[in-house]
Design a protein around this ligand. Structure first.
Ligand SMILES: [Zn+2]
Length: 188
């Protein structure tokens, strides 16, 4: 049976690059891969762009669970569904992706951040952990060389905006727990 896989990591962990490679692998074998991202993720407009310069137009910009359900069930011969930035989706969209995986027997790969810069999990990320058959962590390195687990926000003056609005080029930095504690928690 097809699996719902959740691949999470910090900013700069190479999620988009890994995801575009998966899509490419399917398409190279003439198999149909659907690429989805949340409508509210405006970075790259209607494309997924990796830091290495590769990009691909998305097949669907997801907004509501109902809309996503209708889109998925209007498609035929789907070999795989890949979704980027899943943390920005509504929780019911994760349920729709999971149900589609199980009903249509199509593998679904969901890529996204685990937590925002305050160290709290996104609601959609929690739903992914709850439903996933398989979970994988993609790690970026902290400046100290340890594995990055947190997203540290540089220039903390805009602290009233909750969560991560945009992975944006240099607004966030991956940090290990030790450095995150020293930089973001201890001083407050
Ligand atoms: Zn560190």
């Amino acid at each position: 049976m097809a699996k719902f896989k959740y691949v999470y990591g910090t900013v700069k962990a190479g999620k988009s690059t890994a995801l575009l490679q998966v899509v490419h692998n399917y398409e190279q074998n003439w198999m149909k891969a659907l690429l989805i991202k949340p409508k509210r993720d405006t970075k790259g407009n209607d494309s997924v762009v990796s830091r290495l310069g590769v990009s691909r137009k998305v097949d669907y910009l997801a907004d509501t669970g109902e809309g996503l359900h209708a889109f998925l069930h209007s498609q035929s011969c789907v070999a795989c569904v890949v979704c980027d930035e899943v943390q920005f989706l509504e929780q019911d969209c994760i349920d729709v992706l999971w149900a589609y995986c199980k009903k249509a027997n199509v593998p679904v790969l969901a890529y996204g951040l685990r937590t925002d810069y305050t160290g709290k999990a996104f609601p959609a990320s929690i739903r992914c952990f709850e439903l996933a058959d398989e979970v994988e962590e993609l790690a970026a390195l902290c400046n100290c060389g340890r594995k990055g687990r947190f997203n540290y926000k540089l220039n903390q003056e805009n602290t009233n905006s909750a969560g991560i609005e945009d992975e944006g080029v240099d607004k966030y930095r991956p940090m290990c727990g030790q450095c995150y504690y020293e930089s973001a928690v201890k001083g407050e």
